[in-house]
Design a protein around this ligand. Structure first.
Ligand code: ADP
Ligand code: MG
Length: 512
């Protein structure tokens, strides 16, 4: 027996099979898309801190990943027997099939989304918070775009799985490809020819749509974008747009004005580990204060409490004479949220947004807070980028820059909200030695301009040269708080000052 090739070829001119093809494509695409959105909601619910959301979401995923699709299909299609009101929808094979595919796929997609969401680092969310972007804004602008990009290969794979799974809908008499083929061969018994043609149709659909989705995946993959450095003329053209951000700020410094920050008896413990025992400090507007101390002494924790990335157990922070953070409350009121804009933060690991260009990184927060004036936002970002000496790199992505350049962008991004105070958490510790200088130079310029700076650092020479005061923290308390001149020159140093000098590498003869 040989195959009837003529009949096989004729099946590619049969309208019923082309129609079935369209059914497979529409039901698969709709299931994929709705499953993708629903799966995202289920994943968010599963990751939620509320048990009212996470427990039902876990149950949903567990159940629909356990039950075979065929069982769900037949059950859903027969549901109208129990609930006649569902007949107009679930009695229609196409809709019953779509519904079953969606609820099953949402469970699988939820797990794909969850792994995508979890792989977006905590630092990304914290950078968003430090730019005073709300929880929904952080999801929309920072987390979801990155998570989708990470999940894209698995999501494409799921689309292909759905196309093949859609053949199961033949069990409830939907005239999709398999069912149409079965109908044909039950009349003429050309089983192999028909199934071969059906297979070719499936392969063609998977190939075409798989290629389209892979094209989309490549489009959203910024690591494939070629780096473009602007030449002098392009920089000059861009520079013409530059506009300095807000300059009409009220005067903050001078006699009788309140300190920029007053820290009063701050306490913070993780479990029974008291990290901040009783920290009190005053920082005047325009003052530059470096915080030094051994690793684990609570420096990072201290500055993170100052922009509410960590909560306080006790104590109070007063910002320019007005109550800001108190006791165990965390971002308790809208007022505190407004004030947080006045404090910028630069992280040790930069935390630039990898899916945005350098210019977009700087513009993200201003755009979020002041959506209306796009041109002005661009002009200001251009100004700031030029200021940190990176205008030529405006259209590159963070991974295309060196560590030192990335940290300078992070500083420009912080400046974009025109903060009155900037917190630095070891801004140069993640850098190769030759890049430390370029970042310190930018910080030094800020200090010269009178910006209030709190810098956690291990760069002792820098701390001594740039700071008005150097604070040494150890065991959760401030051990020494002195201007550099007194640290070097005090004749009868206290025990803690001797310890500080040792820590800083200062001998009686001067700085090593
Ligand atoms: P430093 O910046 O001075 O090196 P940190 O403020 O990072 O110190 O940490 C101080 C102490 O608090 C360390 O012992 C650290 O292990 C602990 N710690 C920091 N963050 C957390 C956290 N989220 N949970 C538990 N312990 C923490
Ligand atoms: Mg630290």
């Amino acid at each position: 027996m040989s195959l009837d090739w003529e009949y096989f070829v004729s099946l590619f001119f049969l309208p019923a099979l082309w129609k079935a093809c369209v059914t497979v494509i529409t039901i698969s695409t709709l299931s994929w898309f709705i499953g993708l959105v629903l799966g995202f909601l289920v994943a968010s619910a599963k990751m939620s801190e509320s048990r009212w959301l996470s427990v039902p979401a876990k149950g949903y995923i567990w159940f629909f990943r356990s039950v075979p699709l065929l069982v769900v299909l037949v059950f859903v299609y027969n549901l109208p027997q129990l609930f006649p009101v569902t007949q107009p929808v679930l009695g229609v094979p196409y809709l019953a099939g779509l519904f079953s595919l969606v609820i099953t796929e949402a469970a699988y997609m939820a797990e794909i989304h969850r792994s995508g969401l979890m792989s977006v680092s905590k630092g990304q969310r914290e950078a968003g918070k430090a730019l005073n972007i709300g929880a929904l804004g952080i999801q929309r602008l920072i987390v979801i775009p990155q998570a989708i990009r990470i999940s894209m290969p698995s999501l494409i794979n799921e689309y292909i799985t759905i196309i093949k799974l859609s053949s199961l809908v033949s069990a409830i008499s939907l005239p999709e490809l398999l069912q149409t083929g079965q109908r044909l061969y039950s009349q003429n018994f050309m089983v192999l020819e028909t199934l071969l043609a059906v297979a070719v149709y499936y392969v063609a659909i998977v190939t075409v749509f798989g290629a389209v989705l892979q094209w989309i995946e490549r489009k959203i993959d910024v690591t494939r974008i070629e780096a473009q450095t602007l030449d002098d003329q392009q920089c000059a053209e861009l520079r013409e747009k530059a506009v300095m951000p807000i300059t009409d700020k009220p005067e903050l410094q001078g006699f009788g004005r309140p300190p920029a920050l007053q820290l009063k008896c701050l306490q913070k413990a993780y479990g029974n580990h008291e990290v901040l025992k009783d920290i009190s400090l005053n920082i005047a507007a325009g003052e530059v204060v470096s915080i030094i101390g051994p690793s684990g002494s609570g420096k990072t924790t201290l500055i993170r409490t100052l922009n509410t990335l960590e909560s306080l157990d006790k104590g109070e922070v007063i910002l320019f004479g007005e109550g800001f953070i108190e006791g165990p409350e965390k971002r308790s009121n809208k007022d505190a949220q407004q004030k947080i804009k006045r404090i910028g933060m630069v992280f040790q690991s930069f935390n630039l947004f990898p899916h945005k260009t350098i210019l977009e990184n700087i513009m993200l927060a201003p755009k979020y807070h002041n959506a209306s004036d796009e041109n002005l936002n661009v002009s200001r970002a251009v100004y700031l980028l030029d200021r940190v000496g990176l205008l030529a790199h405006a259209y590159k992505y963070p991974h295309q820059l060196s560590g030192g350049q990335q940290q300078r962008v992070a500083i420009a991004r912080t400046l974009a909200l025109s903060p009155d105070i900037i917190l630095f958490d070891e801004p140069t510790s993640a850098l190769d030695p030759e890049m430390v200088g370029e970042v310190l130079k930018v910080i030094q310029d800020l200090a010269k301009e009178g910006m209030t700076l709190i810098i956690v650092t291990h760069e002792m020479d820098f701390a001594l040269s740039v700071s008005d005061r150097v604070v040494m923290m150890e065991n959760g308390v401030v051990q020494v708080d002195l201007p550099p001149s007194s640290i070097r020159a005090a004749r009868n140093p206290s025990h803690s000052l001797i310890r500080m000098r040792e820590f800083m590498g200062i001998t009686k003869l001067g700085v090593i």
